[in-house]
Design a protein around this ligand. Sequence first.
Ligand code: NI
Length: 643
Amino acid sequence: MTTTHDLVHVSTQSTMPRHPLEPLTPEEIAKAVAIVRAERNLSEQFRFPAVVLKEPPKSVMLNYQSGDSVEREAFLILLDNATGATYEAIASLTRNTVTSWQHIPGVQPNIMPDELSECEAAVKANPAFQAAIAKRNLSLDSVVVDPWAIGHFGLPGEDGIRLSRCLCYVRTTPNSNFYSRPIDGLVPVVDLNQMQVLRIEDMGVVPVPPEPGEYAAEFIPMRTDIKPLEITQPQGPSFEVDGHHVRWQKWQFRIGFTPREGLVLHTVGYEDQGKLRPILYRASLAEMVVPYGDPRPQHFRKNAFDVGEHGVGVLTNSLRYGCDCLGEIRYFDAAMTDSRGEVAIIENAICMHEEDFGVLWKHTDWRLESVEVRRSRRLVVSFFCTVDNYEYGFFWYFYQDGTIQYEVKLTGILLCGVLADTPKYGTLVAPEVNALNHQHFFSLRLDFDIDGGNNSVYEVNTEAEPMGVDNPYGNAFSATSTLFKTELEAQRIIDPLAGRYWKVVNPSVQNRLGQPVAYKIIPGDNILPFAHPDSPILKRAGFMTKHLWVTPYAEDERFSAGDYPNQHPGDEGLPKWTQANRPIENTDVVVWYTFGHHHIPRPEDYPVMPTAYSGFVLKPVGFFDANPALDVPPSVPKQGICH
Ligand code: NI
C-alpha cells in the first residue's frame, strides 16, 4: 500500500509529469485541446467547460511503482454553442488520440467565467434592459449585471435552453461596492448559447438603497495603532516539495487541483514506526450548495451549486504574499483553460505554510517541579475562491498528533434585496437593505484507505445507563459502536447530545492493544436544511439531508449531486446511487460528510463579512499505539528552559 507514496526524483525542468497523479501541465492541457479539436474537427462554437487529468484507475495506482509507465489521459467536457449539445471526451496524451467521445444528452455543463462577462455585456446592450434602467433613472454605466444559475423548478420554456438569470446592482462611484445597492425585481434572463436576452422580468420599480456600503481601503479611515507582526523561519520551512508531492514531518500527500473541486488531496499518509501508513486515497469538495430562504418571485431561485454549477477551482484567487498568507509560503499555480480552450494559469492558487498552533501537550509534575510542554505546529494547505458576492477559503490542516482538520472560511458580501416591508426572510443590515436568510452546505468526498483498502464504518453513541443494581449512584455512561453493513444504514445525521461520531476502521489491522486501527470523523458546526422535503432544491441537492453517507468505492461516483447539476431536475448523485443499498462492510469505502453553516445575517456582516468558520476534524482513534507526538522536541526557550 505504501508504494503509491514513494518520492520520485526527476529534474524539475522536465515537462513530462513525474507521477501519474501530477495535475496536467499547461503543455499537456494545450495538447489535449489540440488533439480533440483536430480529430473531431471542432468548430469555433465549441467551449471547454473542463480539461483535467483523467486520474488513472485506483487499482493501477495502488500497485504503482516509481518508474512504471502509466498512460497519461485528459478528460474533457465540451459544449457546442451552435447546437447546445454537451460531449465528454478522453484524449490520450501518450498515444496522441481521442480514445472516447460521447454525447451526453439533456445536461448543461457548469457556467464558465467567460460566459459571465459575455452575458453581462449582452444584457447591457439590450434595448429592453436599457429602457428598464432608464425607467429607474439610473445610468447604464453604473449598472452591474451578475449572471446566476437559473436552477430547475419545472417551469415551462426552460428545459433544453442554456439559461442564466441575472441580478442587477448599481455602483455609486466607478470604484464603489455594488452588492449593497441591488436593483430589486429587475431580472434579465439570457440564453447563454446564443448569448441573447430572452426576457426581462420587471417586477416594478423599487428605489435602490441609498448607502454605498463601502469597504475598500480608499473609502475607510484606518486605525493607526497596529505594530508589525513578523513571522520568520530563518532556516526555511520544514516541508519538502517534489512536483506536487509534499512531505512535512511524518505526513506525506500529493496536491491536486481541478477547475470544479479546487484543491484535491491524494494519497495522504503518516510515517509511523518506519513505514508510511495510508489514511486517505483522495479527499475533495464534491459539491456545495447555498439555499436561500426567501420565497418571493425575485428570490426563490437563489440556490447556488458553487462546485457543480460554477466550479470553485476556476474561480480561485491568485494569492498575494503578506496579505492572504503570512510566513514562509510555498505557492502552487493551477493550470486550466478558459472557455475557448486556451490555457489559463492561476498563479499562486494554492498556499502552503506552517503555523504555530499554541500548546500541543503539557504536564507539570509539581512534586518534581518539572514542566514538559510542546508547541503545536500545523501545516496549512489552502485556496480561496470568489463566487459572485461570496468568498470561500478552503483549508486543510495537518497536525503533529495525526489530526487532519478541514475548515471553510466564509467571507465576502451578503446577498441582499431591498427592504419592502418587515424583513421576515432576512435581516435589516443597512437602511433599506435586506440580507437574505440562507445556509451553506458542503459535501466532502473522503476516500479512506486506513492502512489499506478494506475498511468498515461504525457509528459511536454515548448513552447514560439507567440507575439500578449495577449503577446505584446513576453516574454510568458508555459508548456503543454500531457497524454499518449497507449504504442505507449509513445515512445518518449528527447527534451532539449523544457525543456521536463516526469511525472508519480497518478490521484487519490492530494496534498494540489489539484494537482495530481507525480514524474518526468529529462533526463541527452543522445543521439540516430548512427547505421542504418536496422542494425542488432538496430534489437537486438530496445530499444535504444526511450528514453521513457511505458508499462502496466506484470510480464514476465523484459528485454528490451528480455530474451535471446545472439546470438539472435532480435525483442524481448520492440519493440515487445508494438506493441499490450496496454492502459497505470491510470493503473499499468512500465516506461523504455533509456540513451546513446556518446564516441568519447580522448587521455586523455588512458591508463585508468578518470570516465565519465551519468544518470538521478527522482524528486517529487507536490508529497509533499511543500519543504519536511524544517525539516533538521541546522548543528553544527565550529564557531559561521550556521543560
Ligand atoms: Ni452566508
